[in-house]
Design a protein around this ligand. Sequence first.
Ligand SMILES: Cc1ncc(COP(=O)(O)O)c(C=O)c1O
Length: 384
Amino acid sequence: MRRPVHGGNLVWAASIAGCPIEDILDFSASINPLGPPESVLRGIQGAMANIQHYPDPSNSELKGALSRLHDLPPDWILPGNGSAELLTLVGRDLAGLTATVVVTPAFADYYRALRGYDAKVVDSPWQLFLEEPGGVATSRGISSELGVRSEILNTDICSRLGNGRNFVNSRECGLIVNNPHNPTGILFKREAIVSLLAKFRMVVVDEAFMDFLPPAQAESLVEMVSDYPNLVILRSLTKFYSVPGLRIGYAIAQPPILQRWQSWRDPWSVNVLATAAAVAALNDRAFQKQTWEWLPLARQQLQQGLQSIPGLQPLTGAANFLLVRTNYPATQLQQLLLKRDRILIRDCLSFPELGEAFFRVAVRTEAENQRLINGLKALIQEIY
Ligand SMILES: Cc1ncc(COP(=O)(O)O)c(C=O)c1O
């Protein structure tokens, strides 16, 4: 079986661990362990009778709920079959531009979406923490406990584009950036991205993990869409509400872009169960509050536990996962931990800049985090 590109491939993990998939403790997919909320399960149950009908092709109920949440007109929102579907539409649009700058390390699906339409891709490596000479990966250039970054993004991208004979005018280009950033967990300040909006023809900000920050700490660009016709924001319900199997995400942008995308895709991308689940989830304030209260403490516990293991250096992150620098080859650790403890961590081979020197883990419940910490500690003591 081939090594998976994404996290959460339990079939692959179980084949290595030699156990049923239910026995795997999955730290590889960054999914909220408190979910899915009861409200979502009830919403799905209540919608069962609707599977005998086609979904509403205009998604009016879900657009209505999202429009109230974001205080935007419904036609500024396009729900999709996961944000992955919307990324495919992004790829088609960006393929029409001179090139698209991708801030790396980057989620592998950006490349799938862009290359699927033969888009020209310019990587913009953003790698300050990688340059630390064997040192601590958490501190340099990071100004707060959430790892908020501001200036670096802008400088790195512009120096990359203005590169001698390869000079590309950024105004003819697209840009994809992810905030909070997967896999580092770093949160870019809103201003760091806003300063790029005037420099690119289209800027796509993937905010798949932004919900994990309570509104007062979020650095979302949703409020900027009315000022920037070239701005697209992608959001996902997958991670926060723990519904990767349902496939539900949405894009926020000015109507001409979204109308174009709607005309390119099939009319019923979001099925009736996903719609009901999404509407229930968005109204579940108690679950949102519970997650915002759980995450900071659980993340701190996990970070401190990992930090206490010789040879591991977790980065400070703002989302529900941590990137960990490792002195031991990450894929070897992954395999041994699977076989020994049936715990799956995410290798970073799909991020070529990171390779064997890093792995990523989701923040899970405190008991599960402790199982991971104990497992890694014992394994590393035993083997290395
Ligand atoms: C940064 C990022 N964006 C988008 C997605 C896709 O999410 P969805 O399940 O909504 O397609 C993922 C999934 O891992 C992700 O990590």
